[in-house]
Ligand binder design. Structure first.
Ligand code: GTP
Ligand code: MG
Length: 216
């Protein structure tokens, strides 16, 4: 991955808060683990509470975007915590499992909640995960791509089918989000909601605040 050029006067650095939402076991933590560490676990423990990680991507040679990622727990008992994580989020990835029809209904409910209660300008992406399962065995697919795509278009969402397992479309998902965010307002010592000043000494890093759920 390209790193920011500290010597370039044109280099822009923008920082955004991203939240992942979706039913338990759809692969939220796995998508984050793939994005942040390029790894995958066949047996992941369900997230407890939420996990925090960061990842930095170079959009082009002049623009660097850092995501502060809140990977929430999908189990019902943690649902009431979600507003704490999506409040002030600049972007959200709402995940469903393309082999589980009910998981899309749950994703739609999250989208509705975000559109009602999150930042007005929030960028929302819908990710249909576990694409590898349908590629290996088409009969496992429960949600047609065209149906999810039509819903996403109507609701104004970015949309991609992904596989945390094979990495298909994972980088593309986060890059597409970064491209929709207002990076043009970023720059040295210029502030805007969700966008902070340049700190070229920063390097990509990861962290897990609770150490219990996502071991990313
Ligand atoms: P909660 O933390 O309970 O909300 O679940 P989660 O959405 O974070 O799901 P998690 O990432 O823990 O993944 C659940 C299970 O699905 C794990 O066994 C993963 O290995 C598996 N999994 C995740 N993504 C994929 C994928 O793209 N393909 C396949 N085949 N399995 C996946
Ligand atoms: Mg998880």
């Amino acid at each position: 991955m390209a790193q920011p050029r500290a010597s370039s006067a044109n280099t822009r650095f923008a920082q955004f808060k991203l939240v992942l939402l979706g039913e338990s076991a759809v692969g939220k933590s796995s998508l984050v683990l793939r994005f942040v560490k390029d790894q995958f676990d066949d047996y992941r423990e369900s997230t407890i509470g939420a996990a925090f990680l960061t990842q930095t991507i170079a959009l082009d040679e002049n623009t660097t975007v850092k995501f502060e990622i809140w990977d929430t727990a999908g189990q019902e008992r943690y649902k009431s915590l979600a507003p704490m994580y999506y409040r002030n989020a600049n972007c959200a990835v709402v995940v469903y499992d393309i082999t589980q029809a009910a998981s899309l209904d749950k994703a739609k409910a999250w989208v509705k909640e975000l559109q009602r209660q999150a930042n007005e300008s929030i960028v929302i992406a819908l990710a249909g995960n576990k694409l590898d399962l349908a590629t290996a065995n088409p009969s496992k697919r429960a949600i047609e791509t065209a149906d999810a795509e039509a819903y996403a278009k109507e609701a104004g969402l970015l949309f991609l089918e992904t596989s945390a397992k094979t990495a298909e479309n994972v980088q593309e998902l986060f890059t597409a989000i970064a491209r929709k965010l207002p990076t043009d307002q970023a720059g040295p010592r210029r502030g805007a909601p969700g966008i902070r000043g340049v700190d070229m000494n920063r390097t990509p890093q990861t962290a897990n605040l609770n150490g219990q759920g996502c071991a990313c």
